[in-house]
Design a protein around this ligand. Structure first.
Ligand code: COA
Length: 152
């Protein structure tokens, strides 16, 4: 990327390096969620990491990290299970937004999905975070369904 921004990629060994940004992502999700703010607020990294490790054991798995010098700017986690590709998480630090870091991370993921013969590529976004749909629409992602949840 331009402006001294570097993109690096790897596998599960990179997961711990994105823990702090993942926490900010869940806080952002909690802020935007229309009905499930506390659900996102209560999410814990150790549970999410375990879930990601299980997915990584079932198929190709990738972490992309954007940095500027020693500063982390954003990350993207991607998985493919039985040909179904998924962007697990995408996040750019607030102070780094609007510099095409999100677009670059997502494009890395799209290229990787193609290289690994994913048949589909999907992602989940928080209901209530309408703005992010405009970002994804620019990358040709369009809504297909709405997931409903009960608190139990
Ligand atoms: C969504 C996110 C990843 C975008 O990253 P970014 O680096 O700021 O986005 P980019 O600079 O690459 O933007 C690319 C294009 O999308 C547009 N865009 C980015 N965020 C947007 C938003 N919230 N609303 C509308 N358009 C947006 C940009 O204006 C740009 O458009 P252009 O091609 O017409 O110039 C970042 O805002 C983020 O991490 N948000 C919080 C977490 C989140 O919502 N993650 C996704 C969860 S599924």
């Amino acid at each position: 990327m331009s402006d001294g921004i570097a993109l690096t990629s790897g596998g599960i060994e990179m997961l711990d390096s994105i823990k702090d940004m993942w926490s900010k992502l869940t806080m952002d999700a909690s802020k935007h969620s229309t009905h499930f703010s506390s659900y996102f607020h209560n999410k814990r990294w150790d549970e999410r990491k375990s879930e990601l490790l299980r997915k990584a054991s079932r198929g190709p798995f990738r972490v992309d990290l954007a940095t500027f010098g020693k500063n982390k700017m954003g990350f993207c986690i991607s998985s493919i299970i039985d040909g179904a590709g998924e962007v697990e998480s995408l996040f750019v630090e607030e102070c780094s937004r609007g510099r095409r870091v999100g677009e670059a991370l997502l494009n890395q993921s799209i290229d990787w999905m193609r290289e690994n013969n994913a048949r589909t590529m999907a992602l989940f976004t928080v209901y209530g975070n309408d703005d992010v749909l405009k970002f994804y629409a620019k990358q040709d992602f369009r809504p297909i369904s709405i997931m409903l949840m009960h608190d139990l």
